[in-house]
Design a protein around this ligand. Sequence first.
Ligand SMILES: O=C(O)CCC(=O)C(=O)O
Ligand SMILES: [Fe+2]
Length: 246
Amino acid sequence: MSTDMRSPVRYGTSSNQNKDDIFCWRDFLKLSCQPLSDVLPLWPSSPVDLRQAVLDYSKNTKFLYLMLTEAILESLELMDITNNENENDEFREFKDGSQLIVVNCYPACPEPDLTLGLPPHSDYGLLTLLLQDEVQGLQIQYEGRWVTVEPLPDSLVVNIGDHLEIFSNGKYRSLIHRVLVNPSKSRISIASLHSLPFNSVVQPSPKLINEDNPRRYLDTDFASFLDYSSSSESKRKSFLESRKFT
Ligand SMILES: O=C(O)CCC(=O)C(=O)O
Ligand SMILES: [Fe+2]
């Protein structure tokens, strides 16, 4: 139950149990995935098949993440995927980035109207690949309304995170979402969060900035995110809002 946000294995309750005045109805296990050789021995050894299952899952989601990343870079005209020679710096950074597997459990809640599984937030990072079970709960904010993301068997939900909004200078928008709880059923979701390497500076791609498209976001890094999260300003404004030029 480490309070250190950089700790490679963390479990806990709510969103941030050290800071939250009111707890959310959620338990979580967070497993960092790199460098694998360092972190694997730190992952829980029980149940016995957990390490192998997470390992397989992280490799397969990373593969899918890279396919999506290539398509996104191509859509931004930053990469030509028909040309294999053209492995550019952007793609290399996306590939060498960090991956975090988050297992969320939202127990059945006798008074679901009094709490949330997770409060409204956007994900820190580039992309999140989310597997939800058959119980409803996830909602996204769309045109000022909360819209339920219906669970579809054998499918993943792909969420855009703050890094991709900053990197694309606002062409891709990170998505506000929240989780409701259920009066009779518990719900489990598994999120694979993909970010740039921990030490990199996230900034709008210089190739996307020109006179018609001026830079819209400040540079940012993981340390400033952690500082912001523990500051009092974070109660009033999201991290992403704090990175926008006004
Ligand atoms: O449980 C869900 O459906 C969403 C989880 C989530 O938003 C997160 O882990 O950041
Ligand atoms: Fe999220």
